[in-house]
Design a protein around this ligand. Structure first.
Ligand code: ATP
Ligand code: MG
Length: 298
């Protein structure tokens, strides 16, 4: 059924980013716990008149309806979107362990066997989005990879493109440190840009910090332009085989091939030995989730 603003009770704040703020809510008519995101509207966008802005917001909700067609165990389920008091709300499946950025900061870093399971699931999600819907995610990063205590790993916040969304919503326009060289350079990009972002994300989760530049003590002191220049011009130092298995090190290096035409696609990476090992390994992510839940006192 349709979702209405008055049918929700707020339970907790889950976090906020550049694109919006997310709350844990209960949808009273169904009793279902959901994560509800309020999109930050770009109020500076093209001097849009009030009436026009209202029309555009309704159009955004229509463009988001494509999400109702995304059904995959590797994609956070979409429950619906609506406009209320000038704001756009998106309701989705609540993932009780939250995003990998929060988790790795609390845990220090994430162990390679868990990263194997995460890699397998993220690749499945990217392959599903691209093969079934021709969607390039465009915002792969630890913040947008969610985990629950059932041991499921799912992608959220992928780039649904539409005229209204592009004109009104800030989410996908910002530069980010997970952007591939070809995106930074303003060239055409495809699903291999998601592969780059997966590589950077895996390095960050494995090392417990953003991976470069290697010598910088404090990445936050580096200007955005310096960072983007580094990504375009410098080689990303590979993970050390002192701490990680050669297949994992090789997988991450394959993701971080600078030339987009030489970088593998998600389907190609699905055959990589790290992925094959990880599938055979059957890492118990549900047990891991229970341990993490206990450690975080959730
Ligand atoms: P950015 O806006 O820069 O992309 P972000 O992804 O962290 O960063 P949001 O998408 O607004 O920003 O999400 C804020 C936080 O809310 C996330 O980091 C995550 O921890 C939490 N969150 C988002 N969606 C869910 C969900 N479906 N279930 C549980 N927690 C969620
Ligand atoms: Mg997000």
């Amino acid at each position: 059924g349709d979702l209405h603003a008055s049918d929700f009770d707020d339970l907790a704040d889950l976090g906020h980013g550049n694109g919006g703020a997310v709350k844990k809510v209960i949808h009273r008519p169904t009793g279902r716990i959901m994560a509800r995101k309020t999109l930050f509207i770009d109020r500076t966008a093209g001097n849009v008149l009030e009436a026009e802005a209202e029309r555009l917001k309704k159009q955004v909700v229509l463009e988001l309806q494509i999400l109702h067609q995304c059904h995959s165990p590797y994609i956070v389920t979409f429950y619906g979107a609506f406009v209320h008091q000038g704001e756009i709300f998106i309701c989705m499946e609540h993932m009780d362990l939250g995003s990998l950025d929060h988790l790795y900061r609390k845990l220090g870093h994430i162990e390679e066997p868990a990263l194997g399971k995460i890699t397998v699931d993220v690749l499945e999600g990217l392959i599903y989005l691209y093969l079934q819907h021709r969607i390039v995610h465009r915002d792969v990063k630890p913040n947008n990879i969610l985990v629950n205590t059932a041991g499921e790993v799912k992608l959220c916040d992928f780039g649904v493109s539409g005229e209204a969304i592009n004109s009104l919503v800030k989410t996908f326009v910002g530069t980010s440190q997970y952007m591939s060289p070809e995106r930074i350079l303003g060239l055409e990009y495809s699903v291999t840009a998601d592969v780059w972002a997966l590589g950077i994300s895996l390095m960050e989760l494995a090392m417990g910090r953003f991976p470069f530049p290697p010598e910088a003590e404090d990445v936050s002191k580096l200007s955005v332009v310096d960072m983007l220049q580094f990504i375009v011009n410098e080689d990303i130092p590979p993970l050390s085989t002192d701490h990680f298995t050669p297949p994992f090190v090789d997988f991450v290096s394959a993701c971080l091939i600078k030339d987009a035409r030489k970088r593998p696609t998600p389907s190609q990476l699905n055959q990589h030995k790290f992925v094959e090992f990880s599938r055979v390994n059957h890492f118990d992510m549900a047990e891991w989730g229970q341990k993490v839940k206990f450690r975080l006192g959730k």
